[in-house]
Structures are given as C-alpha cells and as structure tokens.
Design a protein around this ligand. Structure first.
Ligand SMILES: Nc1ncnc2c1ncn2[C@@H]1O[C@H](COP(=O)(O)OP(=O)(O)OP(=O)(O)O)[C@@H](O)[C@H]1O
Length: 271
C-alpha cells in the first residue's frame, strides 16, 4: 500500500483563467478515482500539477508527508517516476518495437550512458514481458508500436508505466481517442492493475458512464472547481443536472439516462 496524496487549496492560473481553483482533496491508497467535467474544466491541469508538469500558483500537494511542490532535481525526477502518467496520445516511439517502448519506462533508473545505449538488464526485460503479459500484449512484443491499434498502443503505454513501479498511476483521458471496444480493454487493464496491485489510479474521463462503471469515487470539476466528490451511486441524474445544468445533461445524455436514484452525494456550489 502506498500513501495518501493530499491537495490543499491548490490553484493554477493562466493569465486571467483559473484552470484549477482552490482544490482540496485526499486521494487514498488503492482508490480508483475518476475526474469528470466538460472540456476546459481543469481536469488535465489538475493531473499536470500533481506530477509537476505545471507548477501551482498557490496551494500545496503532499504525498507521504513530502511536499511535492518543493521538489527539485533528482527528487523531482523520482516523483515523476512514482506517479506514472498516461496520455490520450499514448506517447510511444512508433518506429521502435513494443518491448523497447516498455523498457523505456525503466530509463529513469539508468545513468546517462546506459540510457543513451538503451542497455537493459535481463531482469528488466523479464519485468517488461510480465507487464505486457498482464495487458495481453506478449504476441505483439516485437512488433513496431506504430503498427498497433490505438487501444493496443494505450495498453503498451500502461505496461511502460507499470515498469516504472509507480506508487500512483495518473491517466489523462486515456480512452478519449479510442472506439468503445478498445476503450473497454484499456479501462479493464487499469482496473485490473488497481485491484491486483492496490495501485492508486486517478483518471480523467469525458463520459459519465465510464466513470460510473469503473470508479470507486468520482470527482466532478467545473471552471476549475471541485463541484462533486462522491461515489458513483451518489452521482445521480439530479446531481449531474445541478453540476452541469441542462446543456450538460444533454452533453452527457447517454450516461444520465441509465440511473434514477436520488442524490446523496456532496455537491459544492461555487461562491
Ligand atoms: N498552458 C496553458 N496556457 C494557457 N491556458 C491554459 C493552459 N493549460 C490550460 N489552460 C486553460 O485552463 C483551463 C483548463 O484547461 P484543462 O486542459 O485543464 O481542462 P480539461 O478539463 O482537461 O479540458 P479537456 O477535457 O478539453 O482536456 C482552460 O480554460 C484552458 O484553456
């Protein structure tokens, strides 16, 4: 089990836009948390703040008692290894084979020269094959990554993140460019790793139905603010209507037609 990730009064401004507005959250070890909200709500910025791709304007992020916003140099590189990040566009090297792409996830452990030479140990190769096996990709191990389907490429990206031996897995809209069948396999892969390894997963999602199907906990953002933080059951049609308004209800229509229970979740109304 790993530690709790705590965001406290976290904000990030870009000019006059407040992308993340005073977020205070604890992400507990082993949770599978979905972050939902319309385009521009601040979901990506929140994940980027956590792995320090962007710095906050104010507020704090801590993990296991360590102030993440203060990390520099090697400590910052170690943190980026500890919170592996998966992106919508996979971030693989198309011309390299799948196995090598996964092994690139180990480079943070290597010195400059062995990184340049891309020389990996037998133990690292075994680790990479095991990661590929968990994602049903061993038959593709020697295939060039660019020849795989989008869903396969995203599962390679998950395997690459796994060999980093992270403490938290961050995924920024990992299924946004995939068809439903591939999206399901990617989400199933993330869920399996979460339940088998107890790895904390924090995933940005566009659709409510996916968040409801996979997440233990859903955080809804609007205009940088956390508007809801609760279980999928608590995120009822009524809550969604409160959070997104009538246009939001239409935007998420396919998802909100399937539930009818009354709201019991916490809804934060912006001041
Ligand atoms: N580097 C940047 N420079 C300027 N503005 C930015 C930058 N990054 C994000 N923003 C702005 O911050 C707000 C939140 O953006 P963010 O990408 O976090 O939202 P999102 O919920 O992830 O949206 P999407 O679902 O479209 O990815 C938006 O108004 C966006 O234009």
């Amino acid at each position: 089990m790993t530690a709790t990730l705590s965001l406290k009064n976290l904000s990030r401004e870009f000019g006059t836009t407040t992308a993340v507005d005073n977020a205070t959250l604890d992400i507990n070890p082993g949770e599978f948390v979905g972050v939902i909200g319309r385009s521009g709500a601040g979901k990506s910025t929140m994940l980027r703040l956590i792995n320090r791709l962007v710095d906050p304007t104010s507020g704090s992020i801590s993990f296991d008692g360590v102030e993440i916003t203060a990390l520099r140099g090697r400590a910052l590189r170690n943190w980026r290894r500890d919170c592996a990040m998966i992106f919508q566009q996979f971030n693989l090297v198309d011309r390299l084979d799948v196995l090598t792409n996964v092994l690139i996830g180990r480079l943070a452990e290597h010195g400059f020269l062995s990184s340049m030479a891309m020389s990996f140990s037998d133990a690292e190769r075994t680790m990479a094959i095991e990661a590929l096996d968990r994602l049903d990709l061993v038959p593709q191990a020697l295939q060039r990554a660019g020849t795989l389907s989008g869903g396969q490429q995203q599962r390679v990206a998950i395997a690459k993140a796994l060999v980093q031996q992270p403490k938290i897995m961050l995924a920024d809209e990992p299924i946004a460019s995939l068809d439903p069948a591939n999206a399901t396999r990617v989400m199933d892969g993330l869920k399996r790793i979460n339940s088998e390894d107890g790895l904390t997963v924090l995933v940005n999602l566009h659709t409510l139905d996916t968040a409801r199907a996979y997440c233990d906990r859903i955080i809804a953002m609007r205009a940088g603010r956390v508007m809801f933080d609760g279980t999928p059951n608590q995120l009822t049609d009524d809550v969604v209507r409160d959070i997104y308004g009538i246009e939001g209800l239409m935007e998420f229509n396919e998802a909100v037609t399937s539930t009818s229970a009354r709201a019991t979740g916490r809804v934060f109304v912006p001041s």
